[in-house]
Design a protein around this ligand. Structure first.
Ligand SMILES: [Zn+2]
Length: 225
């Protein structure tokens, strides 16, 4: 028997109550707003194969209430394994300046507390790269680029960061990102993003074709190594 194990590197609360696909032994669950934080803590208490990332997604910045940063920091400090996500920037959603503010606060927090970050970026790589350049590379946390897609120029810059992981889902499956061979094997993760039509084995076939390498990459991210 060949050893087969997959950890889904990106899903959401609605999805993890469903049965895992064959070979899927765990999932990273990202919150999108504060009202999901406690639910995720509860789900993690029931299933040790759920790995939690806590934060405010750029689509939901209008849900933030006074004091959210303090509450997020307190929550993260209750458990060393809690990660930060889903955070980031989306050019096609409202109020990019507030998005940057909410993103930057969470990113700073992740750096301060040494937590892995799950990053959402659509059409805003210039701004993300600008934020990254404000830090010394050695200070940056592990960053997982969710459903990765970017042009060659951006990819070249991102590859300079050794803590960067590329998580592949829809964009690879549907042929929107085709330069997989440029990504080092030890930086590849796979994800469903809560889409039940995404079969993680199909994504593995389109990426490294090596399930155990991807599994070990995911463990490194989860253990913050
Ligand atoms: Zn997501």
């Amino acid at each position: 028997m060949v050893f087969m194990k997959i950890i889904d590197a990106h899903s959401h609360i609605d999805y993890i109550t469903h049965k895992f696909q064959d070979d899927v032994v765990g999932t990273v669950c990202c919150t999108t707003k504060e009202s999901e934080w406690n639910k995720l803590v509860e789900l993690m208490g029931r299933d040790k194969n759920i790995y939690g990332a806590f934060g405010i997604h750029p689509w939901f910045i209008d849900t933030v209430k006074d004091g959210w940063e303090k509450r997020l920091e307190c929550l993260l400090k209750t458990n060393r394994d809690y990660m930060v996500g889903e955070i980031g920037l989306d050019k096609y959603k409202p109020d990019i300046s507030k998005q940057i503010d909410v993103f930057q606060k969470q990113f700073d927090m992740a750096i301060r507390l040494h937590r892995t970050v799950f990053l959402h970026c659509v059409g805003a790589w210039d701004k993300i790269l600008h934020v990254l350049k404000q830090y010394k590379q050695s200070d940056l946390p592990i960053i997982v680029l969710h459903d990765f897609n970017a042009n060659n120029e951006v990819l070249a810059q991102l590859l300079l960061y050794k803590n960067m992981y590329f998580s592949f889902g829809k964009n690879v499956l549907y042929g929107r990102f085709r330069r997989i061979e440029e990504i080092p094997m030890d930086k590849i993760l796979v994800e469903s993003d809560s889409d039940k039509n995404i079969i993680l084995k199909d994504i593995i076939d389109k990426t490294s074709k090596n399930e155990s390498v991807i599994y070990n990459n995911t463990l490194k991210v989860l253990h913050n190594e």
